[in-house]
Design a protein around this ligand. Structure first.
Ligand code: SME
Length: 165
């Protein structure tokens, strides 16, 4: 646990913003429309409201998690519409079932590039009833853009959207 002192006022502002965004994600998930549309709305929300999120998308697990297929996303179109577990950042998450943060994608060997402007990436697994069902993947044009607040926030988003998978 952080104390107020160690987090500082900027840390508190970040936490408050993420906490407010989680409420909005909850509303989108509980809202109208099909699952694809609501997941797309979550992508739009995160993309529009968090400055350092420059590509936000979901990958859907298929074949028991051996393959990932591109789902709803917001940002530049990507050529990576189907990926194998173990390959790339997302593929590593599919294999380990653990989140991955890459601070500098130019130094990462097991990385699938889709936009030359991207500097860092985070991917977080989504579980439904204990089963790996997909991932939330986010790119940033900033190096080292993703910290523990993002990780904590996106893990919570992954829990909230799980019923839509
Ligand atoms: N960079 C990802 C591929 C997906 S794009 O970021 C949208 C990876 O290495 O898995």
């Amino acid at each position: 646990m952080y104390t107020t002192k160690s987090v500082g006022i900027r840390g508190l502002v970040v936490k408050k913003r993420f906490s407010e965004l989680l409420d909005e994600v909850r509303k989108v998930v509980a809202g109208k429309g099909d699952e694809w549309g609501r997941l797309k709305a979550v992508c739009d929300l995160l993309y529009e409201r968090v400055e350092h999120y420059d590509w936000v998308g979901f990958y859907i697990a298929e074949e028991g998690g051996k393959v990932l297929v591109l789902g709803p996303y917001r940002g530049k179109p990507t050529e990576h519409i189907k990926m194998e577990a173990g390959t790339g950042v997302c593929g590593r998450v599919a294999q380990s079932r653990e989140p991955v943060i890459v601070n500098d994608v130019s130094k990462e060997k097991n990385y699938l590039a889709c936009d030359g402007d991207v500097r860092s990436e985070i991917a977080v697994p989504v579980f439904k009833a204990g089963e790996f069902v997909g991932e939330l993947d986010i790119d940033s044009k900033r190096a080292s853009a993703f910290g523990k607040d993002d990780l904590q926030f996106l893990r919570q988003v992954a829990v909230l959207v799980a019923p839509l998978f």
